[in-house]
Design a protein around this ligand. Structure first.
Ligand SMILES: [Zn+2]
Ligand SMILES: [Zn+2]
Length: 350
């Protein structure tokens, strides 16, 4: 058998990377794929050759053998196996783990649902205090994450056999004749549910589910100034995807109502009781701010429900060094008669 130059077949030199090999194969496959060149024997032959070259060079073990010994490293049988494969777009590319066959050939639709399914997004509701939102906080949350079972590679089976109904294709072609017309329909194989194989022995590790659910602890960093119902996205921690990315985890922040402070965006609001004398004569009162004690000057003759504004004593503004303001509504406490000496009141009102 003549020595074959697999690199040359793919139009590459010997230093080609795995990426380069895949890329070259994709390009050539697009050109010579028999489905795109019906009844063209040359294209078919060429495609077999490309495939053979790719099968060898894309496999590190085979590639090493080939680099050392050339194609004599493989038996005739091996080589014919590299060449003979099902001329089916999906099967072909699925085996090679590309998963983007439809992108390559520009086909808009996906084959079957079981072939491609994006992982679902998961929501986690996290309660924090207003103080936590003020300071920013790290919280450890526990979530149940589904991870693909490594043991069975997500199939759920320890042992499996090719589906005999669809011959491993996962779909069934039905031809119906109606007079001269012929209708071909392709449907998902009901025996294997489109998978192309049937599990004969369940995977013990995942109990046949194909995934393992485990509790994971995740540390969530909550930034200063976070607001109610804002969320943090943790990429890839949602449901598992099939030939598709995992879903994401959305941590939705709920800020518990604070007994003292009300919040509107970056501003805080409190009420503070002051006594009648301070309201009338004026004075300085102490306020517990969100992070420190503050002093507020009350001018003489202050009416009840007057609102004072303390600049930059509110919540931090998210992703900024600015702060909102603190609004203090003073409530004048009118003492019950008898508690305060009449004389003192009269004095104050002079
Ligand atoms: Zn398993
Ligand atoms: Zn089947």
């Amino acid at each position: 058998m003549a020595e074959k130059d697999y690199y040359k077949i793919l139009g590459l030199d010997k230093n080609a990377s795995q990426e380069g090999i895949k890329k070259a194969f994709k390009q050539l496959a697009r050109k010579y794929h028999p489905d795109l060149n019906p009844n063209d024997k040359n294209a078919e032959e060429k495609f077999k050759e490309i495939n053979e070259a790719f099968q060898v060079l894309s496999n590190p073990e085979k590639k090493e053998k080939y680099d050392k010994y050339g194609d004599s490293a493989f038996s005739e049988e091996d080589l014919s196996q590299f060449r003979n494969f099902n001329f089916d777009f999906e099967d072909l590319f699925k085996d090679f783990g590309f998963g983007d066959i439809f992108n390559i050939f520009g086909r808009g639709e996906r084959g079957y649902e079981s072939d491609y399914q994006e992982g679902e997004d998961i929501r986690y509701d996290l309660n924090i205090s207003l103080k936590d939102a003020f300071l920013g906080v790290k919280k450890t949350i526990k979530i149940k994450v589904k991870e693909r079972c490594e043991e069975c590679n997500g199939t759920g089976g320890k042992e499996s056999k090719t589906c005999d109904k669809c011959n491993g294709k996962g779909k069934i072609r039905t031809v119906k004749r109606n007079g001269f017309a012929q209708f071909v329909s392709v449907s998902k194989c009901d025996k294997c549910n489109g998978k192309g194989f049937i599990i004969t022995k369940r995977c013990d590790k995942c109990n046949g589910k194909g995934f393992i659910e485990e509790e994971q602890e995740l540390e969530i960093k909550i930034p200063r100034g976070v607001n109610n119902l804002q969320y943090l996205r943790v990429q890839g921690k949602g449901g598992i995807g099939i030939n598709a990315p995992n879903g994401d985890l959305y941590v939705v922040i709920h800020i518990k109502n604070d007994t003292e402070f009300k919040r509107e965006e970056e501003n805080l609001f409190i009420e503070k009781k002051i006594d009648l004398l301070t309201a009338i004569l004026g004075g300085t009162i102490e306020i517990s701010g969100i992070d420190k004690d503050l002093k507020l000057k009350i001018p003489p003759a202050t009416q009840s429900h007057t609102v004072f504004r303390l600049k930059n004593q509110g919540m931090p503004v998210l992703n900024s060094s600015q702060r909102g303001d603190l609004f203090v509504k003073v409530i004048v406490e009118i003492p019950r008669v008898g508690k305060l000496k009449e004389k003192k009141i009269k004095e104050a009102l002079k």
